[in-house]
Ligand binder design. Structure first.
Ligand SMILES: [Zn+2]
Ligand SMILES: [Zn+2]
Length: 518
């Protein structure tokens, strides 16, 4: 009897496999766009035909126009339950909820006259930038065979060496990957947290696991992508963000903005969430929802932060979340401690479109004029307004000869990427920025100034992060940090205290392991 059942099961599996192979062959033979698809069709290259359907769609939750298969093929896959359709909205007690991003705020649910249904119905405004989820559209999840990701032996090609503190944290991350648990890495700015991840990622890849590094900002994806690709040279790494060339997310190792994760479901065995305290991840419940859903039910979650918020600190102090602490930068030098200057005519001077006198005085007495200047201001308006004045003053002080070597940058700036790149290449001497550059970016040798540091956009975490932009490179491991304000806020006081405390902990660690204190 048992034998007969086994034979029947074997036959069924064989039939299913044969059928699946045939269907995949039909579907990939001529991948076409559905007529509704607004996106450009994939070029009919040979490689397209080789993309396995499971590799492309396993772990995704997509709108129909994001599935690039013709209608005939797609309905066959649906019929055979290789895709499963989900309603895009579900009713709640008082309103409705978007299934893709979990939004149920009435103010973020809009209504539009649908040309297809010829009635007015709901759509989600919260996740509209990822394509419109409307009531008559369904979401499709791949429910066919899971894609068997490759097991890579010794995938890490990075040949650098970890410091004692980095190594301790790297071992904790590796253990969390092995045990499929959660782990928080609290590492000071410039601790080298990317390298701390390598051992864990290597272990995951050796076990055929799929890994995602998620970060709230596209700038960080762009910066991390080449570094991760160099460290795992044999494995294709994809970077997903709003304007990225890679759109599919079909790699085993992915770096993604948290926004892009709304297209994933039950996809990753290891998910590393960078800067969990950062905007917009920290404020946006739907990003946290998307990130959690993108992880498999049993998975490893690694959280990274340099500036944990109060609720997270509470979780750590009550042992609700395992964590490790890296209190020292990778080059062993302490964090630059910011100086703060009260300038009570600050508002008046800024209103008159003048640079604060305190700033001009400081410029004259800088320790190293060859360092570039990164100047933070609270608003786009101020960033643009101060650019001319900064270049005038620098020319007068003979620190620059060409006013074009001063630029301003902000979130809406179309040349944002180019300007950051020019600053990195030292083709710009000074860059005036809003908080968009407060974290996730590294420049080799800079001094940092915050003008109007008492503005509400500069909270404690922002100021610690901003100060952390200085002295990151071992070629110039120190740097000056100046906060100019017209009324010292708690955020200013707490950020300076917190940096000093980190330096104390770093010193203690170096004493324990008998390393030199710099
Ligand atoms: Zn939504
Ligand atoms: Zn409709």
């Amino acid at each position: 009897m048992v034998q007969t059942i086994k034979v029947i099961i074997f036959q069924m599996k064989k039939y299913k496999k044969l059928w699946l192979t045939k269907l995949i062959h039909i579907c990939t033979r001529g991948i076409e766009h559905s007529p509704e698809s607004p996106g450009p069709p994939d070029p009919p290259s040979k490689s397209n035909n080789h993309i396995n359907l499971a590799q492309k769609y396993d772990g995704k939750l997509l709108l129909r126009n994001e599935i690039h298969l013709n209608d005939e093929c797609f309905s066959k896959l649906l019929e055979r339950q290789l895709f499963t359709a989900h309603a895009s909205f579900v009713r709640t007690l008082f309103t409705k909820r978007c299934v893709r991003c979990n939004n149920e705020k009435r103010s973020l649910i809009g209504y539009f006259p649908c040309a297809k249904c010829r009635i007015t119905h709901a759509y989600c405004r919260n996740c509209i930038m990822m394509g419109r989820v409307s009531k008559c559209e369904q979401l499709y999840e791949w429910t066919g065979t899971n894609y068997p990701w490759k097991k890579h032996e010794q995938a890490c090609t990075w040949k650098g060496e970890l410091t004692f503190a980095q190594n301790q944290a790297a071992n904790e991350v590796k253990l969390a990957v092995k045990k499929q648990t959660e782990q928080l890495v609290w590492a000071v700015t410039g601790a080298g947290k990317t390298e701390i991840l390598f051992k864990g990622i290597e272990l995951a890849l050796s076990q055929g696991k799929r890994v995602c590094i998620a970060t709230p900002r596209a700038d960080v994806v762009r910066e991390l992508l080449p570094r991760i690709q160099r460290a795992f040279a044999k494995i294709p790494v994809q970077g997903l963000y709003g304007k990225s060339r890679d759109r599919e997310g079909t790699s085993q190792l992915i770096i993604s903005t948290t926004h892009q994760l709304v297209r994933f479901s039950n996809a990753f065995d290891v998910i590393i969430i960078d800067e969990i305290d950062a905007f917009p991840y920290h404020h946006d419940q739907s990003l946290q929802f998307a990130t959690n859903r993108a992880a498999k039910r049993s998975s490893t979650k690694i959280y990274l932060t340099a500036t944990p918020r109060q609720n997270l600190k509470y979780k750590l102090s009550t042992n609700q979340l395992p964590h490790c602490f890296v209190p020292i930068r990778y080059h062993g030098y302490p964090l630059p401690v910011p100086k703060h200057i009260s300038d009570y005519s600050l508002a008046k001077q800024l209103d008159a479109q003048l640079l604060p006198k305190s700033f001009v005085n400081w410029l004259q007495n800088r320790k190293k004029e060859e360092r570039q200047l990164l100047i933070f201001v609270p608003t786009i308006h101020l960033a643009e307004q101060l650019r001319a004045e900064v270049s005038n003053v620098l020319i007068r002080k003979k620190q620059i000869t060409n006013k074009l070597t001063v630029a301003s940058v902000h979130a809406d700036d179309k040349l944002r990427e180019q300007k950051i790149q020019l600053f990195r290449q030292k083709k710009l001497y000074a860059l005036i920025t809003t908080t968009i550059l407060e974290r996730g970016v590294t420049f080799p040798s800079i001094d940092v100034v915050v003008i109007q540091a008492n503005h509400k956009v500069f909270d404690e975490a922002a100021l610690v992060q901003i100060a952390g932009r200085a002295g990151r490179n071992k070629i110039d491991p120190t740097g000056e940090v100046l906060f100019i304000h017209d009324g010292k806020t708690n955020a200013i006081a707490r950020s300076i205290t917190s940096i000093k405390q980190m330096n104390q902990r770093g010193k203690r660690l170096l004493l324990t392991v008998g390393e030199e204190i710099k």
